[in-house]
Each structure stands twice: as structure tokens, then as C-alpha cells.
Design a protein around this ligand. Structure first.
Ligand SMILES: O=c1ccn([C@@H]2O[C@H](COP(=O)(O)OP(=O)(O)O[C@H]3O[C@H](CO)[C@@H](O)[C@H](O)[C@H]3O)[C@@H](O)[C@H]2O)c(=O)[nH]1
Ligand SMILES: [Mn+2]
Length: 751
């Protein structure tokens, strides 16, 4: 890296990156001031109402229920106000960056000038994460436009599966053809799967040959996966036999010794043109039922250590198994920042956005997460930088070892970020050390997971680690080129989406209630705006409070003819309108400026409501049960395969329920309540005329808004006979809960 830096500074090269403040920054600030005044006025209104109700209650002129309703509304609006305030950190200083990798790639650059990169790919379950897809991810990074001898790919297999190892051995045999093919033909899509599905007509004989080769590799791997066993006929060499001999009878995914297999070694292996191949190393860390393995965070720490013993590259790219590279120039883009002396000493990581392929036209589940992965990071970039998304991120290895000015050294010298590996990766000494540092009790009494490496203690290890690095004083950069750098899989059935978001919600609460609370510790370490920005995520699950209140309270009151909002003729109504339209309008505007469509935005806001009533609510409940020791929580890996029928429905934009889940019950209960309330309200207005309309207007609007949002639920409840509808059990339970709520409301509100 130093060589690169000095070459760049002596040649007087043009800037490698530029930055520009978003034009929205000023208008955002003005709007924030106006909106804040409106929020304060509303809260004042609430407090004043509550105060007078309290006096009335003391003098017995009002019922306890009015007092409770006002308190619930106050709490909800305080939560909404808090979330609004935290989201302002994304709006004060949004930055847009551009980088110019073409200036790096000039003739004067020699391959020695490029820093080495260790790429980490995590996989955990060959059922949910088909090995052939993981292989595609690996091939796409092995084929980066980057000196091959500088790239090492480490695959962590938490599934401890011989099938995955087999897939990689096959992949290596294919890679010796694939890499030169990509180089020679300047292939854009460097995963064979994406390439052959984009280029399927009139193939040249050479392409046809590669395609046949790929297909036979794929067939072999899929065959083995299907039979769940690497049959003898597939094992060709002695080296392979020895590798698979580790899978003895007692070998299970929860209990097994370390397996480290150097599949490709750049000091020996060459492609068919005689060109050097990147290193490819399979790592399955030791597992035992009696020791905590800390899910993906644990896997990454093992990779940090194993790679340190073998290559110890100064740059680390972390990828999820489904996150393949879509642009071979991506590492050069990261280098535009990492080689800049001004940026480099402070910057821990360069985060690329998470993008997904296979999302349907209107993104019915809001899986694009435009806010999370595109809009908000642009905002944080103007402060200390974006949070870490867990994938598509280039780290400086040094960042895992203490703050920028406080190096924390690991327990053995060989793992330090500046240690130079002198032995080749196949040497026994290196292999012994690598096996040693992958043991499950290696971390006992060390700083790993606490002061060194990826941090333990949260199910969203990515968010937590990025956060703590920034608290240590590191900065980060959001690199969002026009050409998508990486593509991943998004879950495409509702229950998978909600489970994934529930895991995130729990992980975020782990952070909020740790000693590193984002409001206190975060604001102290990084400044108020960054602390608030991180709090916006850490306190994600409290969205469930206002959404649940607004999904039930106005409706239950409506059913009993009780008015809980100002009448349509009162001036306060303008404040409510402004607050609602202001927030929604700004959200829509940002979404569209971020490249979204109205339909996608609509679905995105619907999913926000749905998640609040399900993932966030149940996430919070499970978190508290876990804190009480009643519940243990696992990292449930998101499913990356689907039945054809499901995919077909998804493509058509139809919601997929299919199974029973408690999270569907809360959602369906809300849907029923709102529909009944709306119909009842219409009846009241019809019978009661103008005054009923005036009094119940706001409540009816809320119910109507919810009903429009719940449309897919009604469809799934009553009008579907495919497998994706709501199971009768869910519908019955929800109807029962809705009726119980009506009864409770009737008793409390009427008396
Ligand atoms: O014990 C485990 C569990 C998971 N993983 C890997 O972690 C990655 C992410 O898992 P996935 O099920 O795809 O979770 P997502 O919710 O889709 O992932 C997001 O959220 C995670 C945190 O919850 C982050 O780790 C991811 O980077 C981020 O993309 C996958 O490659 C898994 O193979 C492991 O290596 N070991
Ligand atoms: Mn994923």
C-alpha cells in the first residue's frame, strides 16, 4: 500500500475521489426547524389535555378510560417524535461521493503496488444456502480485476458440510478455465450463473465449451447435495480423500474438529494459460456443544485469525455467501479511498450498498431497504460515516485492533495487523497455527469479540461492530457507484422477511440495552448527531408502540362511538394534517430522489407498518424473555431457496403467507379490527349525520388508511386457494383476538 501511495503522490495524479454536499441539506434543515415546532406544539397539546383530564378525573367528571386513552396517545406521539428526531441525523449533511478508479489503473502501476486483499465469505447451511450459489460468489471475487496473487478467498462454513467443501473443490477446477476466460473476453458478469443467463444466444465455440464445463460442475455439485453425501466415485485424488476423511461418524455441524483446506495456492496453482491463481481456502472452525460460537461474528473472527496466519492482507472484504460481485472494478474503487493518505489513517471501512437481484417489480416486501442501504448512509457519510451492513465492505485489517491512535495487540504476535507472513500457506507450521487459532476455546481469556475483531453481544454483529469502531474514533465511507457493486438475495416469502427483521430488531435491542447504549455512550463518543443516527436503528422496535396504538385504539374507540381526536372543524386538525403529510411527503420525496417509484414507496411504508406490528413487536417480546432467561435466541439463517410455485406468486406481486406464525396473528387481528371499525363508522355517520362525521372523521380516516394497507391480508384470509393464503388457524385465532378486544373495549369504554 505504501508503494502505491508514494507512486500516486509522485506522479501528481488527478484526485481519486470527490465529494459534494447534497442540495437537500439546506431545505432539510429549514424543514426540520418547522417540523420540530409542530411536534412540540402537539406534545404541548397532549400534556395540556392530559392535565385537564387529570383534574376532571380527580373531581370525578371524567372516566379513567379517557385518561388512559390520552396517556396512550401521548406515549405514542413521544415515540414518534423521538424517532423523527433521531432520523434528522440522516438529513443534516448528506454527501455524494464519486471515485475514479481509472486513474489508479494506469500503465505506471505495477502489480506489486497493489495491497493484498483477504476476502471472507460466510456460509452456514447447505440447505438454505445452496453451495453452488456460494461458489458463484467466490468465483466472482476470484475474477476481480486485481492482481490474482494479491487476492485470497477464505470461505467460512458454519454448516461444517463436506458438501460445501466438495463444491469448492469442483469450483477450483472450473476456475482455472473461468478466470482466463473472463480476462480474455472482458466479461462483465463474473459469476458464471449471471453470465450464462445474460448471454444465452449464439455462443462462440469457446463460450459454449466453458458453459458445458460449468454445467457439468454444477450437475456434479447438485447431485452430491441432493444425495447428501460425497460418494466415492466423486473423490479423485489422494488430497481430496484425506480432506473428506475428517467427516467421521461423530462429525456433526454442532460438534466437530477444525477443517482447513487450502484448495488453491497461489505459489503453485496456475490456470490453463499458466497465469497465477488466487488463494482459495476452506475453513470450518471447530464446534462443540459446550462452547458459545457467536454465530457469524465468531466465524468472522476465526477468519481474521486464520487469514492472519496465512496471508495477513492489510485489506479485508467481508461478504455474505449470496453477495456476488457485479463489477470487477470494485476493489479499485475501494482503493481510491484506502490509498489516499488523508482519508486512510482515519477510515476503518468502505461500505458498498446492499442491492438485491430478483426483487419483484414493486418490491412488495420493501426488501430493497432503500432507507437503510441507500438514503440513510448518504446522510451518515457527512458525519462519521455509514454503519456496517455485514457484507460488501472493505475493512482495513488494522481497524479490528483498537482505535486509530490506540493499537490493541492480540495475544500472539503472528495475529497482529502488521505481522509479515514469511512461510508459504501450505507449510505445516502455518497450517498448525491456523488450526490452533480456529479452535472453539481459543478465544477464552482473550480480547477477541470485546476489544479486538468483530464484536460479540448482538445478533446484528455488523451494526454493533461498525458502531463500536466509530465510537473508538474510526470513520467510514459510503461508496455507491452507479454500477451496482454487489448483488445479494432478498427473502421472498413474508414469514422469512418478518423473521429476518425480527432478528435485526432483537440484535438492535441488544445494543440499546448494553453498556454501549447509543444515546449515552454513542453520543458521548461520536457526538450527538451520530449517537442519534445509531439510536434510530438501535431503538427500531419501539416503532411498534405507536403503530400498535394507532392500529387499535382509534378503531376500538370508534366502535364505541368515542371521539379521541380533535373534530374536523377544530384548528388542531391542521396540526395533525401537517404532521402526517409533512412526514409522509418528505419520506416519499426522498424515496423518489433515491431512484424509487411511487408504488415501491407505497409498499415500503406498508411494510414499515407490517414490521412494526410483527417483527418489532415480537422482537421486543423475545428480547425481554431472553433477558429474563426464559428464551434462547438463535441466528436463524435466511432461506435463500424457494419452491417454483412460490417464486411464481412472488413475481406476480402476491403476498406469501402459507404458514401459521404468531406474527401473522397480530397483523390479521389489526386488519379485522380496522375493517370492522371502518364499516361501523360508516354506519354511524349514515345514521348520525354531520355531527357524527365531524367527531369521528380522524378515526375513520385512520381506519380507512389501515384498511387500504391491509388489502393483501383480506385477500389471503378469504379469497385465495393457493398455498400462499393465510392458514385457517391464523384467521380463527385472529378473529378470536379481535372479538376479545371488542369485548374489552366495550366494557371499559361504555362504563
Ligand atoms: O451462525 C452463523 C449464521 C450466519 N452466518 C452467515 O451470515 C450471513 C448472513 O446471514 P443471513 O441469513 O443471510 O442474514 P441476513 O439477515 O440476510 O443478513 C444481514 O444481517 C446479518 C445480521 O443479522 C448480517 O450478518 C448480514 O451481513 C446482513 O446481510 C450468511 O452468509 C450466513 O451464512 C454464519 O456464517 N454463521
Ligand atoms: Mn442475507
Amino acid at each position: 500500500m505504501d508503494a502505491l501511495r508514494s507512486r500516486l503522490s509522485t506522479t501528481g495524479a488527478p484526485p481519486l475521489h470527490t465529494v459534494e454536499l447534497s442540495r437537500l441539506a439546506i431545505s432539510n434543515r429549514i424543514f426540520a426547524a418547522v417540523y420540530a415546532s409542530a411536534v412540540l406544539t402537539l406534545l404541548y397539546h397532549h400534556v395540556a389535555t392530559l392535565r385537564s383530564l387529570l383534574f376532571q378525573y380527580i373531581s370525578s367528571t371524567t372516566k379513567i378510560s379517557s385518561l388512559l386513552i390520552s396517556t396512550a396517545l401521548l406515549i405514542s406521539d413521544v415515540v414518534l417524535a423521538f424517532m423523527w428526531a433521531t432520523s434528522q441525523s440522516f438529513r443534516m449533511l448528506p454527501l455524494y461521493r464519486r471515485e475514479f478508479p481509472e486513474y489508479l489503473n494506469n500503465e505506471e502501476m505495477k502489480s506489486e503496488d497493489f495491497p493484498a486483499i483477504d476476502v471472507f465469505i460466510c456460509t452456514a447451511d447447505p440447505y438454505k444456502e445452496p453451495p453452488m450459489n456460494v461458489v458463484n460468489t467466490a468465483l466472482s471475487v476470484m475474477a476481480f480485476d486485481y492482481p490474482e496473487e494479491k487476492v485470497s478467498v477464505y470461505v467460512s462454513d458454519d454448516g461444517g458440510s463436506a458438501l460445501t467443501l466438495f463444491a469448492f473443490m469442483e469450483a477450483a477446477k472450473f476456475a482455472v478455465h473461468w478466470l482466463p476466460f473472463c480476462r480474455k473476453n472482458d466479461v462483465v458478469e463474473r459469476t458464471p450463473e449471471a453470465y450464462f443467463s445474460a448471454n444465452y444466444h449464439s455462443l462462440s465455440p469457446e463460450t459454449q465449451r466453458i458453459k458445458t464445463l460449468y454445467e457439468s460442475t454444477k450437475a456434479r455439485v447438485e447431485n452430491v447435495v441432493e444425495r447428501w453425501k460425497v460418494g466415492d466415485e466423486y473423490i479423485t485424488g489422494e488430497k481430496e480423500r484425506e480432506a473428506f476423511s475428517k467427516w467421521t461418524d461423530g462429525f456433526t455441524r454442532q460438534d466437530h474438529p477444525t477443517v482447513i483446506q487450502v484448495i488453491l495456492d497461489n505459489s503453485k496453482d496456475r490456470d490453463i494459460t499458466g497465469h497465477v491463481m488466487p488463494n482459495l481456502i476452506y475453513v470450518s472452525r471447530e464446534k462443540s456443544r459446550t462452547s458459545a460460537h457467536n454465530f457469524k461474528a465468531g466465524a468472522l473472527n476465526v477468519l481474521i485469525r486464520v487469514s492472519a496466519t496465512m496471508t495477513n492482507a492489510p485489506i479485508i472484504l467481508t461478504l455474505d455467501c449470496d453477495m456476488y460481485s457485479n463489477d470487477p472494478q470494485t476493489p479499485l474503487r475501494a482503493l481510491c479511498y484506502l490509498s489516499d493518505p488523508e482519508v486512510e489513517s482515519q477510515v476503518a471501512y468502505i461500505q458498498f450498498p446492499q442491492r438485491f437481484h430478483g426483487i419483484n417489480e414493486n418490491d412488495i416486501y420493501g426488501c430493497e431497504h432503500k432507507r437503510l442501504y441507500k438514503i440513510n448512509p448518504v446522510g451518515l457519510d457527512g458525519l462519521s460515516g455509514p454503519d456496517y451492513f455485514g457484507t460488501g465492505c472493505f475493512f482495513r485489517r488494522r481497524a479490528f485492533f483498537g482505535g486509530p491512535s490506540k493499537l490493541v495487540l492480540p495475544e500472539i504476535e503472528e495475529l497482529g495487523p502488521d505481522y509479515v507472513v514469511k512461510k508459504p500457506i501450505h507449510s505445516q507450521e502455518v497450517l498448525n497455527l491456523a488450526h490452533g487459532v480456529a479452535r472453539c476455546n481459543y478465544e477464552n481469556r482473550t480480547q477477541w469479540g470485546h476489544k479486538i475483531g468483530v464484536r460479540y453481544g448482538s445478533l446484528v454483529e455488523d451494526f454493533f461492530t461498525g458502531y463500536l469502531l466509530q465510537c473508538e474514533g474510526w470513520k467510514s465511507i459510503f461508496c455507491n457507484p452507479d454500477k451496482t457493486a454487489f448483488y445479494g438475495d432478498a427473502p421472498i416469502s413474508l414469514v422469512d422477511v418478518l423473521n429476518q427483521n425480527k432478528r435485526w430488531a432483537i440484535g438492535n435491542l441488544d445494543v440499546s440495552f448494553s453498556k454501549y447504549c447509543t444515546i449515552t455512550f454513542g453520543s458521548r463518543s461520536m457526538g450527538l448527531l451520530m449517537g442519534l443516527g445509531y439510536s434510530h436503528y438501535a431503538f427500531w422496535s419501539i416503532w411498534s408502540i405507536p403503530v400498535a396504538v394507532y392500529a387499535f385504539l382509534p378503531q376500538l374507540a370508534l366502535l364505541n362511538g368515542v371521539t379521541i381526536f380533535p373534530k374536523i372543524s377544530e384548528p388542531w386538525i391542521i396540526l395533525y394534517l401537517f404532521l402526517f403529510l409533512g412526514a409522509y411527503g418528505q419520506d416519499l420525496l426522498e424515496f423518489v430522489i433515491g431512484g424509487g417509484t411511487f408504488q415501491r414507496w407505497w409498499n415500503d411504508q406498508r411494510m414499515w407498518l407490517i414490521r412494526s406490528l410483527s417483527s418489532y413487536l415480537f422482537g421486543a417480546i423475545e428480547y425481554f424473555l431472553k433477558s429474563l432467561g426464559i428464551f434462547t435466541i438463535n441466528f436463524d439463517v435466511t432461506n435463500k431457496v424457494l419452491e417454483d410455485e412460490q417464486s411464481e406468486r412472488y413475481k406476480q406481486g402476491v403476498f406469501e403467507f402459507g404458514v401459521h406464525s404468531p406474527m401473522f396473528v397480530s397483523l390479521t387481528t389489526a386488519s379485522i379490527t380496522n375493517l370492522v371499525a371502518l364499516l361501523w363508522g360508516l354506519l354511524l355517520v349514515f345514521l348520525g349525520g354531520k355531527s357524527a362525521f365531524e367527531e369521528l372523521f380522524v378515526q375513520m380516516i385512520i381506519a380507512a388508511f389501515a384498511v387500504v394497507n391491509c388489502k393483501p391480508v383480506y385477500g389471503a384470509m378469504c379469497f385465495r386457494n393457493d398455498k400462499g393464503g393465510l392458514p385457517a388457524k391464523t384467521t380463527l385465532l385472529s378473529t378470536f383476538f379481535a372479538l376479545s378486544l371488542f369485548l374489552v373495549a366495550f366494557i371499559t369504554l361504555r362504563n
